[in-house]
Design a protein around this ligand. Sequence first.
Ligand code: GLC
Length: 822
Amino acid sequence: MKAEHFKHAEPSGQQEHKEAAGGLPSSGLRTNRAEPKDYYTFSDEEKEVEFKRHDMPTPWMNYLSNGTFHTMLSHAGGGVAFYKSPQIWRITRYRFFHLPMDRSGPYIYVQDAKTGGYWCPTSEPALDKPEEWKSAHGMGYTRFEAKRADIAARTVYFVGPYENSLIWNLTLSNQGSAAKELKVYAYAEFGMMEFMRELQWQCYNKHQVSVQYHPAETLVYRYGVENQPKPEETPLVYLASDTPLSGYDGDREEFIGCYRSESNPAAIENGGCTGSTLMGGDPCGALQFNLTLQPGESRTINVFLGTAADEQEVERAVAHSREAGFVESSFLALKENWASYLGAWESRLPDKDAERMINIWNPYQAHRNFLFSRNISFYATGTFRGVGYRDTSQDILAVVPFDTELAFDKLRLLLGQQYKDGHVNHYFFPNEGWEPVTSIHSDDHLWTALAAWDLLAETGDAAFLEAKLPYYDGSEGTVYEHLKAAIDFTASKLGPNGFPLMLRSDWNDQLFRVCREGRGESIWTAMQLGTVLLRMIDLAAAAGHPEHTAQYEAMYEAQRKRVNSIGWDGQWFRRAIMDDGRFLGSDEHDEAKIWLNAQTWATLSGMADEDKGLRAMDSVRDMLDTELGIKKIHPSITSFPDPADPLTNYNKGTGENGAVFCHANTWAIIAECMLGRGDLAYKYYRQLLPNVAMDKAGLWRYKAEPYVYASNLFGPESDKFGLANVSWLTGTAAWMYVAATQYILGVKPVMNGLSIDPCIPADWEGFTVKRRFRGCVYDITVTNVSKVCKGVKQITVDGERVEGNVLPPYPGRSSVKVEVIL
Ligand code: GLC
């Protein structure tokens, strides 16, 4: 379907969208209009996405990581490496926002020694391009295959589990009939490790870095800058190879030169590396290899860009990396780790776009969120945001099904940021050791209970609730006591109408302006609290505190009543009460009448009276849905509540102001599943599958990666409706995974087993899922005999009828065959 034909919901009898806002105007679209299929294809067997062109609308990223050493790498070879923290141990420079985009990166240059012509297997950044080229992102690696003038180059970049290094595995083959003399260069630009300090103090601090050449053919970069936060933990950086060197450079001015760029390095054009080291200046690492390839001959060169604690460690790591088989076994281990992780779930669905996302890319993306929080991406510079308490609490939800130990470690880390009174630090910096950001939000501390409940449902083992963990301000409590403290904190912070006070904001960061006097209340937080209280009732029972149940139930009931009375606007639920006592999200205003989250969570929390829950989600459909996802609010804000002090500075249709905020869309899918409206739920799900949205919007409008979710898409009130922003690191990843697997496919761990309750499009004939659960693989086939959206008629396990739709755990069994009839 052509994007020009977008219709979008018109709010009944209210302000109209401008016609121009919905279509795709020509402004900003002067570039190539080729179809998405000309740019990329999926290869699901290999769990890869393959790229046919280097000139994408934006860099399309991958994250290579072993949990300690990380590299973000684009489809065209641009990217940045860091050890643990991009704030303080950033190893290579990446120039955010600058033109040309996507520089610098771990580049390889292949030069014909006779003609002097040179090109890059990554296509970028050399000006001469390969005659044939493709690249691919896979699980933890990125591969480039290129050919020019009879020389074929295959490069795989990855971070293996055995050393903290980016491995560049390059194989060159001479496919021609004449011998070729080549000069091959590997190049990375080092920066000051502390990116913010570099911006501020580089003129002095640049004299405190050095690059030295070590006899074992290794360049070692030392970041010796004073006043750095953790000098004793700052590693040395090495660049080395398993192939003898013909030259090297450690000084960027010698290798690249001023008024040049990575496109035309001086050293390459002037005959080779100069042998520079550096005792102050702009550091780099460049290695040169001269080789002759006979016709039909292939050579492999491995390059290692890594970190190690000290000189001895560098020597050891480099020697280890040069051992025969090191690179192969590292890659094999990487592959096996991912196969085992993703092996927890495999589904076969009538919709291949959804199947690929659910089996491969969504859990992969969610895992990267879990690792990096919202720290560093093509959009986020990795200079300040550390671990966000609320963000990471949600990220855990999509790791629990795969690795409960990892999930529990993170839960522990989070709860260590909680104060005795139950509130938590908003952001914190476990690697950097900086002081946390201490603003208090109405929602942050409540999120963790969802993760704890999921962990309990997944494992069936309540012992972790008894684990003692410190509070941030001293003393300690069990996990359960921490969770209860969060509830007690909210109970102590209710506003004049009895809803939770907004405090700094709730989930929506933009709400601070309407509650800065401290009286504003969040109706949405009341719903979030309700959702959490239902979980707390289970957690209390599991932790041996049934005596708390009455308190939770009473709180729930009181909030439920308020939500359905004060919180109800007539056609939808209100969002908040502002400092001045007026409602936010009410038909009485011209702007921001309706807010998505208040409608979805009314159902998620089980709080909405039945007619109201449905009515509210109908309003979502009628007023907020577009063909490219559901807008967060409508109409967008320009002058509300006060033209001199509007609620947000976001342009209309962007960010929290009327964009399609993908994270919030996930809850609409869940709500529709809970209401049993599988066709609508699936419409909401499918329209935001990144490749589906890209097809609809057009590649040059959507721009971001078609294999991972973006945080938001510009909404119809923007002139760039459909432009995707802030891809990769977004709460969308975890919640889409939950929505798809637990609500649409309906395979959800609960306290007493695995619940099977799909809510699918009525025309689906069925689907299958293999899911690991408490040590047993449930091999589930769902058949939609009656062509319904929802309603389990019958379940058999290994041929035996089971009552209800919760399957018990099967200790000691390695697999069971489950047949489900809808
Ligand atoms: C961003 C933030 C998240 C917040 C959301 C809505 O995604 O990372 O913490 O909840 O915006 O404002």
